[in-house]
Every structure is written in C-alpha cells, then in structure tokens.
Design a binder for this molecule. Structure first.
Ligand code: AGP
Length: 366
C-alpha cells in the first residue's frame, strides 16, 4: 500500500490529486477541433443513429446518479434533447416504460453495482438501447451493455468516488457535444465547449492548489453536526454530490436542497448552528444565488460560498474560489472543491476516509 500511495496519506487524497491527468486521459483522442465535436467510437452509433435519439436517460447509483444528473443537464443544454437521470436502484421495481427512441446510459465506476446491472438487464429485456459509462473494462455492466464510453480514470481504491465521478461528467459533456453537433449546436458553440474541455485539467489543478484554504475552512466548521448544500439548476447535482461526500466520509449530516426550495420549508432550520454551503457560479442565475445567501445571512446562518464570481462584501462568511470556465462545465470544477471540503472535514474529525464505516467500494448485493 505504501508504494501504491506514492507519498499520499490515503487513496482518496491521491485520487483527488490525480484528477487533472485522469481528465486528460478521458479527453485523449476524443476531441475534434476541426469539426468542433467529440468522437466516442465505443458508442457504436453513427450520425444517423445519434440523430434518431429523441430522449436520453441516465441511470446510476449514488455519485454515478449525480454525475448522470449533470449529464442530463449537459445534454439538454447542448443538444436540446429532453434528458433526465434516475437512480438505477429504483428503475426495475417501477415497471418502467422503455422507449425505443430513448438512449439509456448506465453509469458505474466499478461496473459491478448490482442495482445498475439489474437496470441494464431490465432495459435489455424490454428492448431498450443502453450504453455503458464504465471505468472498469471487462466488468459486468460493460459486458452487459456491449457498447459505451470507458471513463479511463484509472484504478479507484477509495470508497468515496472522486476521479471516476469527474470523468463521468467529462464523458457526458463529450456525449452532449456530439449529440449537439449532429443537431443544431453551432460550430462556434461547439468550439467553445471543446476549448472549455481542454482547459479543464488546468482548472482542476487550480482548485487543488486552494487546498490550504479549504483545510482552514473545514477546520472552522468541524463542530457542525448538520450542513446544508444549496444549488440551483446546474448547481443542484453539485450540491447533492457535495452533501453525499460529506455524509459518507465524515458522518456529518448533510442535506442538499435546490436553493429556491429553501423558502418552502427548510428555511426554518437555519440558525447559527446550521452552516450552508452555497454553489454560486458566475452565470445567468448569479443574482438569484446572491439572494439565497442574503436570506440565510438574514436568519443568522453561516454561509460558505463556492464561487467563481466576485461577491459583494458580507454575503459569505467563507469563500472557496474556483476558476472561471465555460458555464456548462462549471459543475465539474465546483465538485472538486466540495470533495476537498468533505475530505478535510473528515480528516479533522479523525475518520478513516478510504474506508468509511458501513460502506463498500462496490455494492454487489441488494
Ligand atoms: C461514491 O462516493 C459512493 N461510494 C457511491 O455512491 C458510488 O458512487 C455508488 O455506489 C456507485 O458505484 P459504481 O459507480 O461503482 O456503480
């Protein structure tokens, strides 16, 4: 283990640090500057087949499901095809309507998650077209799907998924770009996304360099017993993943909420002992996110903003800064900051980050 850790204190930290190179690998040979698109040969779908896709549904469990939610918004934004994500663990039990014009995407780092495999089998039984987004080559989900996109994240040992989850979202950005470019996504918009993807490893590296600041922030909140993670639209799956990471490795109760839903109930929970991590991208919803922070501050709640915007003074108690890239890709970069926050909080609390209690790396039973 010492050798494999290469000087890192644990695998989670090592795998977080590997993310820039993991993303490079996911992008290698797949971006096409000339035609401002992506090539995903493993899908086995030509332009006609891609054009025939009327809907995309992403299925996965835990972090893979949240990556699927990021994928769905990328597909809707770039390709303008209706898309959504669903927990794979629910799928087979609700007698799902399987639509021949839908492209189903089964997402799994390990490729051995029983619930995801069962969703694929349900789809195949009903004649659905399903592709895999899998990290482990030769795994059960990869074999059952037969086609798809490999994540190329490299081996992931830590129970908490970091680099594999990142490469899931990166792969879905390429899928969305490809689906968009066989439709009405312009060459200039395609080129903007290609450039944004190329810049990702550097942007992730920049987030990783804020490690000392994030550690100090984590220390300040290490007494908290509950935390909110709030985001809207693109920020919502980011908030969900942030809350999940904190729960699984620190055992601190965290709840993710869509920011605008706060006033419909959970605002009653806000007080000085309930910190909120607010996802604040510098996009068309910035003013909405600023008012979310105001609402929390007005009720005495501490605010940790994760942002690539310039914030007015006094709205946030603590700020985790991330670089500015293409807005559609913000969720990928923001998620890295939340991994770091969860990691440092867990370490501060003395948790075994690589092997959290009650959890297994891949859940191969019901
Ligand atoms: C992620 O940090 C979790 N450990 C968990 O949610 C995981 O993503 C989920 O169990 C799915 O695993 P898979 O990607 O191997 O299918």
């Amino acid at each position: 283990d010492d050798y494999e850790l290469g000087g890192f204190p644990d695998f989670m930290r090592k795998e977080m640090a590997e993310q820039p190179e993991a993303v490079e690998r996911a992008l290698r040979g797949r971006l096409d500057e000339r035609f401002a698109t992506a090539h995903l040969g493993g899908l086995g779908l030509d332009a006609m087949a891609l054009r025939a896709v009327r809907r995309v549904k992403f299925l996965g469990c835990g972090s893979a499901y949240y990556a699927g939610q990021m994928g769905a918004s990328l597909v809707e934004e770039l390709a303008r095809i209706p898309a959504d994500a669903e927990p794979a663990s629910e799928f087979r039990y609700r007698n799902p309507v399987v639509d021949p014009d839908t492209l189903y995407v089964a997402i799994s780092q390990s490729g051995e998650t029983l619930d995801t495999l069962a969703a694929v089998q349900e789809l195949r039984r009903k004649g659905g077209r399903v592709i895999g987004a899998v990290n482990v080559v030769g795994s059960a989900v990869a074999r059952e799907c037969g086609s798809g996109v490999f994540l190329h994240a490299g081996p992931e040992v830590s129970v908490a998924s970091t680099k594999a989850m990142t490469n899931m979202s990166v792969s879905f950005a390429m899928l969305a770009l490809l689906l968009g470019r066989v439709r009405d996504l312009s060459a200039s918009s395609g080129a903007r996304i290609v450039n944004g993807l190329r810049a990702l490893p550097e942007h992730i590296e920049q987030v990783l360099t804020t490690d000392d600041e994030v550690r100090e922030i984590a220390k300040r909140y290490s007494k908290a017993t509950h935390m909110f993670f709030l985001g809207r639209v693109r920020g919502w799956p980011v908030a969900r993943e942030g809350a999940q990471k904190l729960k699984e490795i620190s055992y601190v109760h965290a709840e993710a909420y869509q920011s605008a839903e706060l006033k419909h109930g959970p605002l009653a929970l806000i007080d000085a002992d309930m910190p909120s991590v607010v996802i604040v991208p510098d996009d068309e919803l910035l003013s909405k996110n600023l008012s979310t922070m105001e609402q929390i501050k007005a009720r005495g709640g501490p605010v940790i903003a994760v942002t690539n915007a310039e914030l007015p003074d006094g709205l946030a108690d603590d700020i985790i800064r991330v670089p500015r890239g293409e807005p559609e890709l913000d969720p990928i970069v923001f998620t890295i900051a939340l991994q770091m926050l969860a990691y440092h909080l867990a370490v501060e609390l003395g948790r075994d980050v690589d092997k959290p209690r009650n959890l297994a790396k891949s859940v191969t039973v019901e």
